[in-house]
Design a protein. Structure first.
Lengths: 308, 251
């Protein structure tokens, strides 16, 4: 009787110990599918400052060529008031630079039933972007360049890798930092659970001295996103035939505004390459003076800051 | 009597089995010992990496204004702490590493040196703040009672893409953290925070490589929602630019 009791309890103890041994043993790799479900609605997680579009002449985090800097300094936001530019829209980079979520879908080849393409649906000022997955050749360099460009993709290491070419000349920041029609963008779409992280690496031999790398995360939305409102033009103070608003680059009246707002070094605000690396911090350590304590909009989660 | 003998045999056999290491059991059974995490790695993270600060520049490369916590979903409980931030008091109290804890260290501009400390422990050293993170692939016995630390305890797991494709990701969950800052200017996370990270690689067109660290900080005390950032690093050929510097609460 006694030994039966001991046996039962020992067996129970054994189960616990074996279970613990299993749990504490080396945890082998989890196996991921080589592809994930990309189609769906992805709501933006706006906890990273990727847009920087609230104050003119903010080129922080960019490595610009002299030509890029000059073009950017000549930009006047009033251009967007011109009726022919109001719905000009933003380029492919706006996937990660813009404030919107992504609504994506897949299209199958009816002959093979395999995914032939993915699309990221348009929103008010952004064109639908198609990622071709059917190994089609890239068009001629002289083919039409558009805001969305031409994009091909493939699955690579569990991520969706894509490349965009044939971009129409546009901007990589809403503050007027240009991106030429020779630019290319490499993308990686990573999915971990319900979080989609989009990594953008933009190269431009004309305006960027080094690639612009931006990542943005999205969470799978339980409700469909809907950004179908069309862009509508209206009179915003510029008559047809008016000149294109711009500044002589060395006379941009907003040159110092962002620098003064946050006591930032000029070379960083103007997008010099060296400012992107840790060594740069050491060069300003003894001269940088933090800005005065924040008193307004200190925790606004949106994209815009109040200009003092 | 017979049942008792069987039961006794079960006890002896069972505890004998438990006493034998898993690897030895595998060999006795003609199996292969479990591969170490180092051998099972679907991607190679080892080497030197430099932060490429193209995002959140104003929050990372310089100290932001006191009281600013833009884009961090702080709870009401955090606001008084944000507004009371005193870097000199932190320094005096020996808390100059508060912004170098696991909740914020990957966003601190600097270099990473990633190595295998042993077959089942990946080690990340940072030159900024001279910190060390240990990613253990084998769960340790309960760490309850272990004092929290800046880097906490990290349990890692590979996520490998099914054959015949190659590649994958490193998933890391860190807890048992000493309370720290998400940003240099005192935006807090508590000891109850957990940090979930995915380390992914992306090849660059010029032959280089990027390391993307998708980081989700959750804190029931000082955050209303997960705080998500994804700092990235460029691979460097060697450690010639490695420059360890101590923690600083003022810079």
């Amino acid at each position: 009787m006694l030994i039966d009791l001991v046996a039962r309890r020992s067996a129970l103890a054994l189960i616990v110990v074996l279970a613990a041994r299993t749990a504490f043993a080396q945890t082998g790799p989890a196996v991921l599918p080589s592809q994930f479900e990309f189609a769906g609605s992805w709501a933006p997680l706006a906890t990273e400052d990727v847009q920087n579009d609230s104050v003119p002449v903010d080129y922080l985090g960019l490595a610009l060529t002299e030509e890029g800097r000059t073009r950017a300094l000549s930009y006047d936001e009033s251009q967007k008031a011109m009726i022919e530019r109001q719905c000009q829209g933003w380029g492919a980079a706006y996937v990660v630079l813009g404030p919107f979520g992504l609504r994506t879908s897949s299209q199958s080849d009816p002959r093979t039933n395999r995914v032939a393409s993915y699309t990221i649906d348009a929103w008010e000022d952004w064109m639908t972007m198609t990622i071709w997955m059917d190994d089609r050749p890239r068009p001629s360099a002289n083919a039409l360049h558009t805001q969305a460009g031409f994009t091909t993709g493939r699955w690579e290491g569990g991520a969706l890798a894509a490349r965009t070419t044939h971009l129409k000349a546009g901007f990589i920041r809403k503050t007027g930092v240009p991106l030429s029609d020779q630019a290319t963008i490499d993308w990686r779409f990573f999915r971990h659970g319900d979080v989609l992280t989009v990594l953008m690496v933009a190269r431009d031999p004309v305006y960027l001295a080094e690639p612009e790398v931006v990542s943005k995360s999205f969470r799978l939305s339980k409700t469909p996103l809907d950004y179908r409102d069309p862009c509508v033009t209206g009179f915003e103070g510029r008559e047809p035939g008016d000149s294109v608003p711009h500044f002589p680059p060395d006379q941009n009246p907003f040159l110092d505004e962002f620098m003064k707002l946050y006591n930032l070094p000029r070379e960083a605000v103007l997008g010099y390459r060296d400012t992107l690396y840790p060594e740069y911090r050491k060069t300003i350590k003894d001269t940088y003076v933090p800005p005065p304590p924040c008193t307004a909009d200190c925790g606004v989660a949106g994209n815009f800051v109040r200009r003092r | 009597m017979r049942r008792s003998l069987v039961a006794a045999a079960v006890i002896v056999t069972a505890f004998s089995a438990v006493a034998v290491p898993v690897s030895v059991q595998a060999q006795r059974q003609g199996g292969v010992p479990p591969r170490s995490a180092r051998d099972a790695a679907p991607i190679d993270l080892t080497g030197y990496w430099v932060a490429y600060v193209t995002e959140n520049w104003r929050y990372r490369m310089v100290t932001p204004a006191k009281g600013e916590y833009r884009r961090i979903p702080v709870s009401p409980a955090a606001v008084p702490i944000v507004n009371a931030w005193d870097p000199l008091a932190d320094e005096r109290a020996g808390n100059q590493c508060k912004s170098y804890g696991a909740g914020g260290i990957m966003s601190v501009p600097g270099r990473l040196h990633i190595t295998w400390q042993d077959a089942d422990t990946l080690r990340i050293d940072t030159d900024a703040g001279t910190q060390t993170r240990l990613f253990r692939f084998t769960a340790r016995a309960s760490s309850s009672g272990t004092p929290p630390t800046w880097q906490g305890e990290s349990l890692a797991r590979w996520e490998a893409v099914a054959a015949p494709d190659r590649g994958g990701s490193l998933s890391v969950v860190t807890s048992n953290l000493r309370a720290g800052y998400l940003r240099k200017n005192g935006v807090p996370y508590s000891e109850r925070a957990t940090v979930s990270e995915h380390f992914d690689l992306a090849a660059l067109a010029d032959g280089g490589e990027l390391l993307l660290v998708n980081t989700i900080v959750e804190d029931p005390v000082y955050l209303n929602a997960p705080y998500v950032v994804s700092p990235h690093f460029k691979r460097e050929p060697d450690g010639s630019k490695w420059d360890p510097t101590p923690c600083s609460s003022t810079w």
